[in-house]
Design a protein around this ligand. Structure first.
Ligand code: SAM
Length: 221
């Protein structure tokens, strides 16, 4: 799928070690672990910072944004529980790494990024790496993508002040939204399942720390 020429034996070894670290930290979904083991995270970094790619840490990607910590990517992907061909909306494309993990999970991916510089950079990167299947958009993902709804899964990779209502409405019945909700310092991971046209069930999980979700159903401009 991706350009294996730039993915060396050493990188693959580092990825195997990262997968074992995530397993020790409680990630147990084998499909998610396999996807993390397959996507060359170092190719989502500037070359100079490549040595940080297989540490379980978030890292700056420019424009004041970050590539999420591998544990966070794995945790959100596990909660999302994506089956092949499901329609998944990711809000916050960022570096494109989570998007590549969703593609490895064989989802039909729609991903939207607010920041135009990151959107352009990541669009080129994903194409260059051969992760060509995702439909990428630039704009305010806090209001979703109504023209492409409904979605089986929606994943928000930035911190929302409250559950974004437009996203709830764009879930199919049986669909799931995974979103960190809280203030600017700390958020709890929330999973909402749309059980019927009007019925939603909510589960609350661990604490995380994300960059803010901008936009109309986020923290504003
Ligand atoms: N998923 C990303 C990855 O794998 O690199 C990490 C995302 S980073 C933690 C959060 C991203 O959400 C940033 O790139 C930020 O610009 C973006 N963002 C914030 N508010 C947004 C909004 N309303 N719509 C779309 N993207 C948004």
């Amino acid at each position: 799928m991706h350009d294996s020429a730039a993915d060396t034996y050493r990188h693959r070894g580092q990825r195997r070690a990262l997968v074992e670290e995530l397993r020790r930290k409680g990630i147990h979904d084998e499909r998610v672990l396999t996807a993390i083991g397959s996507v060359p995270r170092h190719l989502f970094f500037e070359r100079a910072f490549e040595s940080h790619a297989y540490q379980d840490k978030a890292f700056p990607i420019g424009e004041g944004q970050t590539i999420s910590q591998p544990y966070t990517v794995a945790y959100q992907s596990q909660l999302l529980d994506v089956a092949p061909r499901q329609r998944v909306l990711e809000v916050g494309t960022g570096s494109g790494y989570q998007c590549a993990v969703l593609l490895e999970l064989q989802a039909t991916v729609f991903s939207i990024e607010y920041n135009a510089v990151l959107y352009e950079r990541t669009r080129h990167r994903l194409a260059q790496l051969g992760f060509a299947g995702a439909q990428l958009f630039c704009g305010d993902g806090s209001v979703g993508l109504p023209e492409h709804a409904p979605f089986d899964r929606i994943l928000v990779t930035a911190a929302a002040p409250t559950l974004p209502r437009p996203l709830l409405r764009q879930l199919s019945v049986g669909g799931r939204l995974v979103v960190p909700v809280g203030d600017e310092h700390v958020q709890r991971m929330v999973r909402v399942t749309r059980e019927s046209a009007e019925g939603y069930a909510q589960e609350v999980f661990e604490e995380f720390r994300f960059v803010p979700l901008r936009g109309a159903a986020g923290w504003g401009e």
